[in-house]
Design a binder for this molecule. Sequence first.
Ligand code: NOJ
Length: 569
Amino acid sequence: MPKPDNGKAGHLRSGTVEPNMTPNGYIRRWWKEAVVYQIYPRSFYDSNGDGIGDLRGLLDKLPHILDLGVDVIWLSPHFDSPNRDNGYDIRDYRKVGADYGTMADFDALMTAVKAAGKRLIIDLVVNHTSCEHSWFVESRTDAKSALRDYYIWHKGDTPPNDWTSIFGGSAWTRDEVTKDWYLHLFDSSQPDLNWDNLAVRDEVYDLMRFWLDKGIDGFRMDVISFISKDKTFPNLAAALRSRPQYAYTQGPHLHQYLQEMHKDVLSHYDITTVGEAFGVTLEDTALLIDERRCELDMIFQFEAVEVDRDQNGRWKPWTLPELKAIFTRQDKALDQHCWPTVFLSNHDNPRIVSRFGNDSETWRIKSAQVLACLILTLKGTPFLYQGDEFGLTNLTFSDIDQTNDVWTRNAWRDEVLTGKISATAFFANQDRLSRDHARAPIPWTAEGGFTTGTPWFALNPKFSSINAQSSEAVCLWYKDLIALRHRCDALIYGDYCDLCPDHPHVFAYTRTLKDEAFLILLNFSEQVQILSPLVPEGAMTLELTNYKDRSHVDNLWKLRGWEACIYRL
Ligand code: NOJ
């Protein structure tokens, strides 16, 4: 139900002491205290044997999610779509994709989530539509239609500039019907909407209200930082040619449109928003999430998940001090009016244990636990991705037919088929970075357990040994961490202090809120690490360790391979 006011106006009264303020100056909000769990519905659980995960399947597995103790489910696109980009190309914003079920299934899911006292947020994909959306179908066929201006068209023999698509090739495609060019910052099947057209913004606000009035609790907003375009269409600066996302976030009206959306829609509901801020620097983050600006509650900022990417987006080795420095810079860049997110994975990224941990048989479980501990004890709302609670690992590729992702397949076309790079080099990079790693269906059992039919995408061939049942230890650890976080304000709002920023293998930090404080010690290596004491050894109580106990450790500052400990100070 719509709410008249979400209370945000109260933030702005200067000199007023808010009753719901933490001792270090944060306004308490449910979404700051929540743990979010992302579902990629296609790969979660198939209830009807057609090989594709669906909403009924999600409902069947809801007990698992509830048991973990998370508060919010973020559902990746469940809308009608030709699925060129697995739902991030929407054909009808008000219709549930047939693969996923019906609106009745969505309503049943939402009702069950709410009945359990949890919340559901959905994806809002409005930088672009599918080329099969009725708006684009009319826009492209009738240059005189009012819908022509819903998209960004350019007349002429050549495109207006050299913008490239994030998924490879030019961002402009010449349409066969009128011979004009249309803009698509992603695949040519994903034409960009023209947000400068008020009618487009009104359509978007209407469809947002459609889902909000149904009772959803907010939106994850897909590449929301790209919605405003610089219509003078400058060429890309040389430094940004390999990472154009940093240019596409500089549209002149981004903040104006988000403030308008906030005023017209968001402010009328008790919901939350998290914007995918691809290409937004840490320096520009506050412009989107400072609560006094009334734009978004949170964003995904990409520095941490890009720690292993070079300037061209290819894999590069990363170091722990680099990762720590990013979290410290983020903490310093955001004051009490801004609230961060913490995430190391999603449907666009590899599996965390293969990327940041050690996915060998010996260390998979322990290193998955260390990463969970990091995500759930840093400052910011943690976003967990399905399957990371089972320590699922990456795939390996040696044939383009083993891949599904449109980005990968476009890159194969542009880089390998044109002879720019060898197939071996291509797959070496895909083994590190492919988006397909996270999209393989969840192995619920040693038999696979995802579907009774043929899965739409092959399960990781290791499923008989790496599956939900064999990895219960990781899952139980997530559960313990989530429960501890919920009990302790300091783990949510507490000040963050990195105690050994230069240590190459240990991440050690405190979280402190008035008289509650925690020390978190994480060994990011297989070797034993012995630290010099980092805090005075007063009365420290062990809250959690991912080893059986610490009784066999002679020195408090000694950490075994991939050991995680949380002490209360
Ligand atoms: C970001 C989404 O996370 C990704 O999966 C999608 O391909 C692009 N936006 C385009 O919508």
